[in-house]
Design a protein around this ligand. Structure first.
Ligand SMILES: *Cc1c(COP(=O)(O)O)cnc(C)c1O
Length: 379
């Protein structure tokens, strides 16, 4: 069976985990944790980054930092993972969904302004498949209405918008190092990018259980104590050690994924040209990270037939995101502003193909030939 995903492994993960175990410090902010943060700050010219146990936690930390209160509204697309929404729902916010653009599956930036009310606090653009949202437009709307922008860049690590790394453009950005993402910290993990410096000091406090422990370790206070609300948003050194092994192969992982993505794109172009399917579109102002390769089929039934055809050939292809506004949780905590013109329709057509760092050429070739054989009679 060709799986949909395999967690990325570069080779030195075990060695670094062992090194962490021998260092006598396994809790957060050890050698590997601090090294990873510094690495991201330098690589992406990010102001301040904090590793978290997951991207979900990074978004929770951001929600605490902007003091979301019950009744506040947060705008985002409905076509996204539940973790874009839950961190704000946990603080009592109401989620307001806006339709997507069918070309990139990202929030339609032109619809955001009409969803803003006096209760709106934040916008959460999601860079679907590592393809950038129209950030200039979104930042302009946000600044005119005094809103905070939190980029859900879970899928966007090492993608760029007009040369700027995704996650570094909004007031905050959040990365995921879950095993299904481009870079992993051993299964679960995340990073909060704090681009607006006014949140910098408080971010460390909220992340450290509401204490000023980080200042204490830097010798800036004599003893540490409870100073604010907080939770425990530090990953262990084991997670950071795994991530460090991935960062050492950062470009190589990206190149391998792009190679597979390009191979798929080239192979399926004739299907697109003959009108059988649609392919992902990368806008000119975006450099993407090949997080995902998807096809868009004619409709829901055709997608199911292709899934079955691939399964028969021992290939696992998957779809995702029942749009949040039509899920049970979404009905309790959210509403759609404006029309659902593309979200549901396009979510029902989209199918993701296997794409992972350790994927063999023979596996890529097999996926290609099986997809082509499915359409053989149509072209
Ligand atoms: C994966 C993902 C998340 C959640 O990441 P975790 O690290 O698993 O918490 C959030 N948003 C989007 C868009 C994702 O794809």
């Amino acid at each position: 069976m060709i799986p949909f995903n395999k967690p990325p492994v570069t080779g030195k993960e075990l060695k670094y985990i062992e090194q962490a175990m021998n260092s006598n410090k396994l809790c957060g902010d050890g050698f590997f944790g601090l090294s990873c943060q510094k690495w991201f700050e330098e690589k992406f010219s990010a102001n301040k980054t904090l590793l978290t146990p997951s991207c979900t936690h990074a978004l929770e930390l951001a929600a605490l930092l902007i003091d979301i209160k019950p009744g506040d509204e947060v705008i985002m697309p409905s076509y996204t993972f539940v973790s874009s929404a839950n961190p704000f729902v946990l603080r009592g916010a109401k989620i307001v969904f806006v339709d997507i653009r069918p070309d990139t599956m990202n929030i339609d930036e032109k619809l955001i302004e009409s969803a803003i009310t006096s209760k709106t606090i934040a916008i959460v653009p999601v860079h679907y498949a590592g393809v950038a949202c129209e950030m200039d437009y979104i930042m302009d709307v946000a600044s005119r209405h005094n809103l905070v922008v939190i980029e859900d860049a879970a899928q966007g690590v090492n993608s760029y918008y007009k040369g700027k790394a995704l996650g570094t453009i909004g007031h905050f950005g959040a990365y995921s190092f879950h095993e299904t993402k481009n870079y992993s910290s051993g299964g679960e993990g995340g990073l909060l990018l704090i681009n607006d410096t006014k949140y910098k000091e408080r971010a460390e406090i909220v992340r450290e259980k509401g204490t000023n422990r980080s200042l204490f370790f830097r010798g800036m206070v004599d003893k540490y104590s409870w100073v604010d609300v907080g939770s425990s948003y530090l990953p262990s050194e084991i997670q950071a050690a795994y991530l460090w092994a991935q960062l050492e192969h950062f470009d190589e992982i990206n190149e391998k994924r792009l190679e597979i993505w390009d191979k798929y794109h080239k192979a399926f172009k004739k299907l697109k040209d003959s009108g059988c399917i649609d392919l992902p579109i990368i806008p000119n102002n975006c450099t993407h990270n090949a997080h995902m390769f998807y096809l868009k089929l004619g409709n829901f039934e055709e997608r199911q037939k292709l899934i079955n055809h691939l399964k028969k050939n021992e290939i696992l292809a998957v779809f995702h995101y029942i749009p949040l506004h039509s899920s049970d949780g979404g009905k309790c905590f959210s509403s759609m502003a404006g029309e659902d013109r593309y979200t549901t329709e396009h979510s029902e057509k989209l199918l993701r193909l296997p794409l992972f760092y350790n994927m063999k050429d023979t596996e890529v070739d097999k996926v290609i030939s099986c997809v082509l054989s499915f359409f053989a009679s149509s072209i």
